[in-house]
Design a protein around this ligand. Sequence first.
Ligand code: NAD
Length: 468
Amino acid sequence: MKQTAAVLGGGVIGGGWVARFALMGWNVNVYDPDPEAARKVEAVLTNARHSLPALYEQALPEEGEIQFCKTLAEAVNNVAWVSECVPERLDLKQTVLTEVQANCLDTTVISSSTSGFKPSELNDGATRPEQIIVAHPFNPVYLIPLVELVGDNATCLNAKAILDGLGMFPLLVRKEIDAHIADRFLEAVWREGLWLIKDGIATTQEIDDAIRYGFGLRWAQMGLFETYRVAGGEAGMAHFIGQFGPALEWPWTKLMDVPELTDELVTMIADQSDAQSGHHSIRELERIRDDNLVAMMRGLKTQNWGAGELLNDFDQKLFGNRPEPDFSKMIATVNRTIPADWTDYNGHMNEARYGQVFSDAADAFMQLVGADAEYIKAGFSFFTVDTHIRYIEECHAGDRVSVNTKVLLCEGKKVQLYHEMNHADGRLLCSGEQFMLHVDLNQRKSCPPRADLAEKLVAVAEQQKALG
Ligand code: NAD
């Protein structure tokens, strides 16, 4: 049975939580007094449906139902998780959280998305203060994995288990401070950016270029300290600090002072921002941002690094959740969404990707019969020596497709598979045959499969004979 979460406030962040939970298979109750809330949440969901499934090589769970509730009490009744996402005002948040606690279960994780308030401020005077924690996400919540968890340890651990199940990266913050870890950091950078504009050193465009062509690329995959460790050369971190540490005392930075946000400065920043990005609507910028984030994280998947490693682990979890296959039928080997980077100038999936889907289908089949990562580690695998693909229908970014696979031939070191790829609407998109040889990875030569695998393959082939 699906679990249910409640999201209070359906703005930028609330909408993102709704999308993350619903697309990961949770039902979601939403409460927001704004009559426009449903429209705004639907817009976020449209973006999320376009981008989140494209991060994975496996299908996500069936989408949950979203219910807009008339009262807060109705929304939080019997739910496992509450995300409070109302505007950043302490008195408002305290009022909302008090009402939540009066109407939810004792076991519900009550989380606030606050960017700056500490749990001790939010739960001041609460009946069960330990139940209220901070779960601070990042925009867009449906794509960015990080959530900072602050507050009671046991509640944070419960929250972590739930967020792990949503494919997120919960970071347990050791001590509560204003603005947690990431916003402290971002504010320092933002303050410096404001000074650079006010002092006429750089425009919004130039500041963004300094980040996206430079250190932003480093931060996205290694962060600050690992990057500096490498920058220290062979002598490492201590050398780096010795060399550049004293520079922190030089007047390079105004860090502690905030420039006064006069009308003049605000107008200057807004004008520069219009010149930089005004030719795109916010909706267009959201799509561009999301597609870029997906492309970057998919790139990190190939490196199995950082956010990419998290996605690969979640793919494995999704693959492991599938039911035991019935080998007397064709085996479901692939179930996924087509990502945008698989399409070409014709606007459809490039033919090479059909081959990739069948290659993934063969990998899944082999994993299911026992030629898994352990088997490969032991020095054996299958190499494809011949493939025939029949392209039948076009396939587009965002299409949900599945592949069913059967064994055509299994004789000693030879295995031949037949695959059919279908669209979620039932249309046959493509079929293919793949001829493979079992190899010894150390000798790089063909050889018969290990006895246990050979036995399993023969048994599967025997069961599938009747399929014709
Ligand atoms: P927002 O203004 O986009 O959305 C707030 C929503 O709350 C609005 O739709 C409003 O109608 C609704 N609301 C107001 N009173 C309410 C009530 N009593 N009950 C239910 N809903 C109510 O704001 P946002 O940017 O989504 O920020 C929400 C929270 O998330 C803030 O605490 C903010 O600090 C935090 N946050 C924001 C970001 C960000 O980038 N915007 C990032 C992380 C965390």
